[in-house]
Structure formats: structure tokens, C-alpha cells
Design a protein around this ligand. Structure first.
Ligand code: E4P
Length: 224
């Protein structure tokens, strides 16, 4: 399973990268706005900085919702770096834009996926990734994991025809991530705190404290 970090915060991206577990980054307009990135020049400069940190796969979302605008913006974003994956919303013009980019060999991430039908359409259009939002489904009392399972079942029927990867998004906590992994999602994108939550276990801390104590007594014996 690949791990992407879901943020536009450079410090968090660096921290996840330094953990040695990071395969990519996803951003969205809300995450970019949170970092106070305003205007085309600053948007481009910020994506350049993100691309300088990670090796590949930086999802950059278009702000337009019409075909012409999405194509223009997507091409501008893709020109920043070959690491950029153009993120396109799940709307009718979005499907056309995905098809356009697929023909040009530009990778896309179809975002705001809330049903298996939407995922299938995006895959048919040639999306590199589909992003089902598990947390936002949970927020309205629908089980986000059921959606991951449905998409996985459908995509697995057509291994030769559908090359689209399932990028589980809106992953809010470690159980979300582990359940997505159990179901075979190709990627999970989540905030830094979710990776950190995977790291910690009280028995690890207790065991290490004991090892350190015993190591000290061993050193004392050697020195005596
Ligand atoms: C994914 O690409 C989205 O940016 C993100 O996962 C949305 O997460 P949220 O529902 O926690 O805002």
C-alpha cells in the first residue's frame, strides 16, 4: 500500500518524508487556502516546493469546474513538474478533462468520489487514481469502508482493462487506514497525525524502557 500525506503544509510533508514512509502528497483548495496560498504565482511556487521534497505523485487540484478551464489549469499544473498529478472533480466535464489528460499521458486523480458508479466512470475515462472520501461518508452515517470494498470488487473484475488505483481519501484516523489496507486500497492519503498514531504503542515504550535499564546494568558489569 502506498502512503500519501493529505496536506499542503511543507513542514508536515517534510516530517512524513523523513519518516521514510511517504510515496506522495495530495492537496485540495481547502488545504492550500489553509496555508494562505493566494494567486497563480504563489500556487505554482508552493507546488514547486512540495515537488522538491518528495520523489513523485503530488496531486494538485484545478480550481475551475468547466472543461476549458480545467484543461488550461491542469496543463499549467502539469508543466510545473512531471511529479504533478492533476486532481479533477467528479463532474461530467471532469470526466472529459480526465480523458483529455489520459490521451496526453498526464496522470489524474478524480476527487470527490462517493459512489462505486462514480469510481467506475472515472476509471473508464482513464483516471490514474480515484479518491473515495471515506471520512465524509462516515460523517453522514454511511460506512466509507463499504465504498472501498465495492470499488475494489469492481476494479478486480477487470485487471486488464482498468488500471486505475484506489486512493482512499478523507482518512481521518489509524483504524480508517488499517481497514483500507485490509480491503486492498492501493493508496491511503491522510494527515501526519494518522501516520504518527500508527507508530506508537504503550508496550513498545514499556519494553524499550526495560531494555534501556537492563543495558545500563550490562554496561556497569563491563566497567566493574
Ligand atoms: C483528498 O484528496 C482530500 O483532500 C481529503 O482527503 C479530504 O479529507 P477531509 O474529508 O478530512 O477534508
Amino acid at each position: 500500500m502506498k502512503f500519501f500525506i493529505d496536506t499542503a503544509n511543507l513542514n508536515d510533508i517534510e516530517q512524513a518524508y523523513d519518516m521514510g514512509i511517504l510515496d506522495g502528497v495530495t492537496t485540495n483548495p481547502s488545504l492550500m487556502a489553509k496555508e494562505n496560498i493566494v494567486g497563480e504565482e504563489n500556487i505554482i511556487a508552493h507546488y514547486k516546493k512540495i515537488c522538491d521534497i518528495v520523489e513523485d505523485k503530488v496531486s494538485a487540484e484545478v480550481l475551475s469546474t468547466d472543461l476549458e478551464g480545467m484543461i488550461k489549469e491542469g496543463e499549467m499544473l502539469a508543466a510545473i513538474s512531471p511529479k504533478i498529478v492533476v486532481k479533477i472533480p467528479m463532474i461530467k466535464d471532469g470526466l472529459k478533462a480526465i480523458k483529455h489528460f489520459a490521451k496526453k499521458g498526464i496522470r489524474t486523480n478524480c476527487t470527490l468520489i462517493f459512489s462505486a458508479g462514480q469510481a467506475l466512470l472515472a476509471a473508464k475515462a482513464g483516471a490514474t487514481y480515484v479518491s473515495p472520501f471515506v471520512g465524509r461518508l462516515d460523517d453522514i452515517s454511511q460506512d466509507g469502508m463499504v465504498l472501498i470494498e465495492e470499488i475494489k470488487t469492481i476494479f478486480d473484475q477487470y485487471p486488464e482493462h482498468l488500471n486505475t488505483e484506489i486512493l482512499a481519501a478523507s482518512v481521518r484516523h489509524s483504524m480508517h487506514l488499517l481497514n483500507c489496507a485490509k480491503l486492498g486500497a492501493d493508496v491511503a492519503t491522510c494527515p501526519l497525525k494518522v501516520f504518527e498514531a500508527l507508530l506508537n504503542h504503550p508496550l513498545t515504550d514499556k519494553g524499550l524502557a526495560q531494555f534501556i535499564k537492563d543495558a545500563e546494568s550490562m554496561t556497569a558489569v563491563v566497567e566493574a
